[in-house]
Each structure stands twice: as C-alpha cells, then as structure tokens.
Design a protein around this ligand. Structure first.
Ligand SMILES: NC(=O)c1ccc[n+]([C@@H]2O[C@H](COP(=O)([O-])OP(=O)(O)OC[C@H]3O[C@@H](n4cnc5c(N)ncnc54)[C@H](OP(=O)(O)O)[C@@H]3O)[C@@H](O)[C@H]2O)c1
Length: 269
C-alpha cells in the first residue's frame, strides 16, 4: 500500500528536488531514485542532507547533495552548474521547498516575514525554473512540478503570505506551461491538503496558539473540511509527482491537481 510508484519514462532521467531534507521532499527524492532517476537533493543544511541521502552505494552513485538557499540567485545557479557537471543534463525539476511563514493577521504581518515566504515559495521556483528551462530547451523536453497547496485556491486567514505565495505559484505554473509548451516542456502543480508529519504539527500548534484553543480542537477543525476526514501522506503527494513526470502524463500540462482527501469540497463546512 505504501510502496513508491514506478512509472515508465523516469528511469535514466535527471531530477532536481528542492526541500529534499523535508517531510515531502525526501520521499519524492527517494521515490524518483527508486524509479531509476538520478536525483539532486537540494537543502539548506548539510547535516540534514547527509541524514536524508540514501545509504546504498548504488543509490548514492545516482545522488548528488547540493546545499543552497533557493532565495539566492547565485546559489540557484550553483545548483544548476553542479547538476550539469555531475549528470550532464536536467530532465525534471520539482519545486518543493517551502517556508511556512508566521500565523498572524495581515495587520500585524511584518514585511520581512512576508518577503521571506514570497522569496522562498515563489521567487525560488521562478529562478530555478528559468535556469532549468535554458537546458530543457536544448533537449526540447522536460517536466517541472511545483508543489503548491490547496490554500492557493482560497482565503487562509492568519497565513496571508503563505496563501499568496501558493496562489502565485499556481499562476506561475499556468504561464510557464503556456510559454514552455513550444519547447515541449510540461509544467504542472500539485496542491496537497494537510499532510501528516512534522510540518503540519507545527502549523496546528501555531494556529491553536493564535486562536487560543487546544491543539486537539484545532486538529478536529482542520480535518472537518476533508471529505475523507483524514490527512494525506507524503507518499500520496510523491505518487502524483512521479505520475506527472512519467510517460503516462505526456499530454498533461498547466494543471493544478489537488491531492487532499477531498479538502474543501463543501464551502459550508
Ligand atoms: N506539510 C503539509 O501539510 C503541506 C501542505 C500543503 C503544501 N505543502 C508544501 O509542500 C512542500 C514541502 O513541505 P513539507 O511539509 O515537506 O515541509 P518541511 O518538512 O518543512 O520541508 C521544507 C523544506 O524546504 C526547505 N527550505 C525551506 N526554505 C528553503 C530555502 N530558502 N532554500 C532551500 N530550501 C528551503 C527546507 O530545507 P532546510 O530544512 O534545509 O532549510 C526543507 O527541506 C512545501 O512547499 C509546503 O508548502 C505542505
């Protein structure tokens, strides 16, 4: 049930995965590796990267860890340079790294917190996509998958910077898909609902604090809008990413696909 999805068209490809030290990114990177891709693991902390890298020699030979802050243009260029030096090509880019930002109303949101989230969640994917597309254009092939969020479609009180960054990423996905179509590059977004793991526990705790309620009450409120009344798993997201990178998705582009256990189907919840 919890096995990675192995789809045709991924083996032998070179994939860059940002936020590969996190809950979702590490599973996406691991599953791409299991499907036969060479994977560039991008994160900010060397120790976390070392912890996440695969243990077998065969998998390590198809892995490259690159420390980079995706808010910085020069470090993005280093990621692309290191990838090309080691693997000679770039076929897949998964823009997964994300900052959560503060849980506070807009009236108290500091400019530097707003900027940190926009820089990480929107400007980083823009810069990486721009640099990778230069190489994808030469091969006239490539896949870009942006990890947005269901909150990119809606209002998300107390999380304006996060919601705006994820909505912006959906808009970037559409325009990139239209522009990159002529060089045969497909660009799609995956919109997770709440994903079971450490990140969502921090989100629940911060939100419970801001609203003055217990974490358990918060959890109950958080899950109520999910038709299936549950969170999704990192592997649910990874499966969709692999599908979008595979031959099976050869004619899908410019789409935002919710993987959310049916989150927010009924506005009255
Ligand atoms: N978890 C959820 O419920 C949920 C729901 C919807 C959407 N998402 C989205 O899914 C993606 C992954 O989330 P997650 O749950 O796996 O979060 P996570 O465990 O907090 O991982 C976030 C990752 O992003 C990296 N990162 C943050 N800022 C960075 C920067 N400036 N430069 C480079 N890397 C940076 C972190 O790397 P370092 O640790 O090295 O700094 C970490 O690897 C995010 O885009 C998130 O918004 C998550």
């Amino acid at each position: 049930m919890n096995k990675p999805l192995n789809l045709d068209g991924i083996s032998g490809k070179v994939a860059i995965v940002t936020g590969a030290t996190g809950d979702l990114g590490s599973v996406i990177a691991t599953d791409l590796l299991a499907a036969g891709a060479c994977v560039v693991w991008v994160g900010r902390q060397k120790r976390s990267l070392d912890d996440r890298l695969p243990k077998t020699v065969a998998d390590r030979n198809r892995s490259l860890a690159v420390r980079a802050d995706i808010r910085k243009e020069s470090e993005i260029r280093s990621v692309v340079r290191a990838t090309l030096r080691r693997f000679k090509r770039i076929d897949i880019l998964v823009n997964n790294a994300g900052a959560r930002g503060p849980t506070t109303p807009v009236t108290r949101l500091r400019l530097r917190d707003w900027q940190e989230v926009i820089d990480t969640n929107l400007t980083g994917p823009f810069l990486l996509s721009r640099e990778c597309l230069k190489h994808m254009a030469l091969r006239r092939a490539g896949r870009i998958v942006n990890i947005s969020s269901v909150v990119g479609h809606w209002a998300y009180p107390l999380r304006a910077s996060y919601a705006a960054s994820k909505a912006g990423l959906l808009s970037l996905t559409l325009t990139l898909a239209q522009e990159a179509g002529e060089i045969n590059v497909q660009v799609n977004a995956v919109c997770p609902g709440p994903v079971a793991g450490d990140a969502i526990e921090s989100v629940l705790a911060a939100r419970a604090r801001a609203l003055g309620i217990s974490v358990e009450k918060m959890r109950e409120q958080f899950l109520r809008p999910a038709a299936l009344r549950r969170m999704v798993t990192p592997r649910d997201i990874s499966r969709m990413v692999l599908f979008l990178c595979s031959d099976a998705a050869q004619n899908i582009t410019g789409q935002a696909i919710d993987v959310s256990a049916g989150y927010g189907l009924y506005p009255g919840m």
